[in-house]
Ligand binder design. Sequence first.
Ligand code: PLP
Length: 385
Amino acid sequence: MPIQICERIGEITYAIRDLEVGAPRGVIKLNIGDPAAYDFRLPKIMAREICNVVAQGLNFYADSQGVIELREVIAKREKISPDDVIITAGTSEAVNFLFAALVRSNAEILLPCPVYPQYPSMVRLWGGKPVFYECNKEENWQPSVESIKRQITKRTVGLVIINPNNPTGAVYSKNLLAEISQICEKNNIVIISDEIYCDLTFEKRHIQISDVASSEAVMLNGASKCYIVPGWRIGWLTFHNFKTNALREAILKLCRLRLCANTPAQYAIAKVMKGKNQIHISEFRRKLRARRDFVVKKFEEAGINCVKPEGTFYAFPWIVDRKMRWRNDLDFVLQLRDKKKVLVVHGGGFEYKSISEEKYFRIVTLPPIKVLDEALGRIARFLEK
Ligand code: PLP
């Protein structure tokens, strides 16, 4: 009798990586948001610190909640107690723990659409139901408050916002955040705010949910993007305005079960966050902004539609395929991958369904201009044919 795989595995997709399966050799990869894969270097002090920490012998199992040194720096920034900070193996583990604790069977979690695909997959994995609220391109991909209100039911337990947003690059205003927070408070819904791109905004300043929300909110953040160390696997959760410690205690149980997050990386990041040495962020942002501008200009020249991203290192453009040359967005992306060797991710991978002739995709704007130029040139030629 062949082994039987549990049904819940069938619920999991992660198009960003799934599309690499079967990709031709030498493809230009514009699918994964990894700044360390391009010409961005982690702050020198971080490389030094992690070597020091390892040489000093800080290689033991850490406290399951996270080393106090790192929890204290984060707590100080957020003006909360270190007890309300939990360190995880990347933000991904934080998302997993949150839904493991929060999603009872058939519970509903409100997610933005389009959405970073880890969210719906994790909700489904834990037996919950992802319910999507609209973010409209006509409103610069800002969440629709009306749609949020419409989607709330008795089973809604959490609402996710991703700000700055992956995949659209949208950055949310204070008023909008306050409005969402009020709706959540009124309906007893926990806000889950993923702010992993918090330092990567261009024209607008990022506003964190804890600065405006009086409702129960969990903030997710991590070192992968802003500190350019995705391979170190460090993320964190912070708890704000909770009436009880039930959710925190439930997640701590899960933390003990998996022992701890990477110990040397926690110490090294704590050292860097404590220092004033954040110069890499302005340089990082400057380069990203130039690359964003280049991509937007190239899209315009090629007749590709795009709302200018206000932050992150993604763009979420769309083509209008009047002659229906491609069956759907996935067909477009697969043909582009196989014929022109450029890998982007189709809108459907972010739960954003193509409407007839409009076909959406996400590209990563991280590579140097020369690489972007080559990739965008191939896309333009692919469309012309
Ligand atoms: N949240 C968002 C919005 C992301 O875009 C990503 C990675 O792309 C993650 C979480 C996962 O990050 P980590 O490397 O901290 O697990």
